[in-house]
Design a protein. Structure first.
Length: 235
C-alpha cells in the first residue's frame, strides 16, 4: 500500500511539474509581470555546487553563447583570410603557367611555383605517352604500367588526400623524397581520358587529409593540364 501511495505521489509531482512547465511556456511574460518571483529563484551551479540566481544564470548562459559566437566568427574570418591567401597564390601560379613559352617552361614553372607558393616539399608530374620530339622530358613515361595502375586507382575527378597511400606508389612518384613524405595529394590530369597524375607531398602528416577541401587542388590540376596541352600535337 505504501509503495502505491509513493508511486501516486511521484506521478502527481511529475504531472504538476509538467503543468508548471507548460504554463510558463504558454505565458512567457509571467516573470515580467512577477519580477519579485524571478529574483527569488536560485539554481545550483553546475561546477562548484553553490546556488546562483536565475538572472545570474541567464547572464552566464548569454556570455557563454556570445563567447561561442565570437569564436565561430573568428574561425570564419580566419578561413576567409586563408582563402584569400590561397586565391592569390593560385592567381600567381596561373600567371606563371600562362607565361610559359615552351613545354620545358610549363614543367619547370609548375615544379618551382608549387614548391615556393604552396610551400610543398615534393612535387611530381607524370604523363602518359611520349614527349614531343623537341622536348625530352622525364615526366612523359609512355605506357608505364605503374602509371596505368595509379590512374585506375586514383584517377577520379576529385583529388585524393591523405597519409595512407601505398609506399610503392609514393616511391614511384617521389623517388628518393618518398621517405620524407608524410602526407600527399593526388590530382588527376585531364578527364576522359585521364592523361597524367600530379602528386604533391609534404613532410607534415596533417598537411593533406581526407576531410580537407579539394577545390584549389582541382584548379591547379586543370591549369597544369591546359598548359601542357598547348604544346602537345593535336590528336
Amino acid at each position: 500500500m505504501t509503495q502505491n501511495v509513493t508511486s501516486d505521489e511521484q506521478q502527481s509531482e511529475l504531472s504538476w511539474e509538467e503543468a508548471v512547465r507548460r504554463y510558463l511556456e504558454e505565458h512567457p511574460d509571467f516573470f515580467q509581470r512577477h519580477p519579485e518571483t524571478l529574483a527569488r529563484l536560485h539554481l545550483r551551479h553546475e561546477t562548484d555546487g553553490r546556488t546562483i540566481s536565475l538572472i545570474e544564470r541567464q547572464v552566464r548562459v548569454l556570455r557563454e553563447e556570445n563567447a561561442s559566437l565570437a569564436r565561430q566568427l573568428q574561425e570564419l574570418v580566419a578561413i576567409a583570410r586563408e582563402n584569400d591567401v590561397l586565391a592569390a597564390r593560385l592567381h600567381r601560379f596561373a600567371l606563371a603557367m600562362a607565361d610559359s613559352a615552351s613545354l620545358d617552361d610549363v614543367f619547370d614553372n609548375a615544379h618551382e611555383m608549387l614548391r615556393r607558393e604552396f610551400k610543398l616539399d615534393a612535387v611530381a608530374i607524370v604523363c602518359r605517352g611520349e614527349a614531343p620530339p623537341a622536348f625530352a622530358r622525364p615526366e612523359f613515361v609512355g605506357d608505364d604500367p605503374r602509371l596505368r595502375a595509379a590512374l585506375e586507382r586514383h584517377g577520379g575527378a576529385k583529388p585524393e588526400c591523405g597519409a595512407g597511400f601505398d609506399e610503392s606508389l609514393m616511391r614511384y612518384l617521389f623517388g628518393e623524397r618518398a621517405a620524407e613524405v608524410r602526407s600527399a595529394a593526388l590530382v588527376a590530369l585531364g578527364t576522359n581520358p585521364t592523361v597524367g597524375l600530379l602528386a604533391l607531398g609534404a613532410h607534415d602528416p596533417h598537411r593533406f587529409h581526407a576531410a580537407m577541401g579539394t577545390v584549389y587542388l582541382a584548379k591547379i590540376g586543370d591549369i597544369i593540364m591546359h598548359s601542357i596541352a598547348r604544346f602537345l600535337p593535336a590528336r
